[in-house]
Write a protein that binds this ligand. Structure first.
Ligand SMILES: C[S@@+](CC[C@H](N)C(=O)[O-])C[C@H]1O[C@@H](n2cnc3c(N)ncnc32)[C@H](O)[C@@H]1O
Length: 302
């Protein structure tokens, strides 16, 4: 049986029943999402079924006749949430980043694929400096779900880290993710603004701070505006508030070396100016798939 062959007539919003099959659910979900204008309709339907049923992707194709059983209500609820434009990663409560799975909750930003440019650029710099085996000291400012620090520590087994966030609830999720990846004993989680209370030296500081200008938030897609925490989005009147805080903090730290930050589309020049005003110079940049400078690295010679 083909997983997306025409199925029995059913209004897409009707809850599924336990005897309906995975193949039927996949077809109805795809159709309902497409009708709601969701571009990734079939991909989203597959992802939700796989995540919520805990299935390997191949099972959707090879066993479409399996019934939904006790999961029918959960799947129906997921459909309702997706039709209200909740991102699939939020519904499933997980997001893949740099090949690893992270738990996400309403308390943290839903990590974006573009943020992988921060990891790529940081690892390139570490390699070019011959630091891959060094006992590096790394800070992640505004850690959210912990994707940056946990990924770097997983990639760099001799490194240790400090992860800060103004949101204690986000730090709870970051710690949970670090534990899942087996790196928690190498991270100190601190509820703080910027690098408040941290002492150097730090070899590397990474951050994906909130960088949306306050007056642009209302125009964001509902998937973002209604689901990401406001504190993870709002970068102040010009979007640069937290970059300035980071620049002030690192200017006070002795013997710190490089910073790699994510920037919004079109923000790279302004962010470089913020850091050059405290003596840091450009070390490298990495573009996202859309061709925008997305990660910017700066260094200081002390
Ligand atoms: C854009 S999210 C990034 C989260 C995560 N690093 C990621 O890339 O998915 C920004 C995070 O910074 C935190 N934050 C906002 N202002 C901050 C500040 N001044 N100092 C530290 N953290 C801050 C927010 O709570 C949020 O978790």
């Amino acid at each position: 049986m083909n997983a997306i062959m025409p199925v029995e007539v059913q209004a897409p919003m009707q809850p599924f029943s336990s005897d309906q099959t995975i193949g039927t659910a996949l077809a109805l979900m795809t159709r309902a999402f497409a009708a709601a204008g969701i571009d990734s309709a079939q991909r989203d339907a597959r992802f939700l079924l796989q995540s919520l049923l805990g299935l390997d992707g191949a099972v959707l194709l090879t066993q479409p006749q399996r019934s939904l059983g006790d999961d029918a209500l959960r799947i129906s609820d997921a459909v309702r949430r997706r039709l209200a434009h909740e991102p699939v990663s939020r519904i499933a409560g997980r997001r893949e980043f740099y090949g690893r799975n992270f738990v996400i909750t309403p308390d943290v930003l839903d990590p974006r694929a573009d943020t992988e440019t921060v990891i790529d650029l940081a690892l390139d710099i570490i390699k070019s400096k011959g630091w891959a085996k060094k006992a590096l000291s790394i800070a992640d400012i505004g850690t959210g779900s912990g994707i940056l620090i946990a990924t770097l520590l997983a990639e760099l087994p001799n490194a240790r880290g400090i992860a800060t966030d103004v949101s204690p609830a986000a730090l709870t999720i970051a710690r949970q993710n670090a534990e899942r990846l087996g790196v928690a004993e190498r991270v100190t989680f601190v509820a703080a603004r910027g690098l408040e209370g941290c002492v150097g030296p730090l070899d590397l500081i990474v951050s994906n701070p909130p960088y949306i200008a306050t007056d642009k938030i209302a125009a964001l897609e509902p998937d973002v505006r209604n689901y990401d925490p406001m504190i993870a989005l709002d970068g102040g009147p010009d979007g640069l508030r937290v970059y300035r805080e980071i620049a002030e903090d690192i200017a006070k730290l002795q013997h710190s070396s490089c910073v790699v930050v994510e920037v919004g589309a079109g923000q790279a020049a302004d962010v470089k100016n913020v850091f050059s005003s405290v003596g840091w110079s450009l070390l490298g940049e990495r573009n996202d798939l859309g061709g925008h400078a997305r990660a910017v690295a700066l260094e200081i010679h002390s």
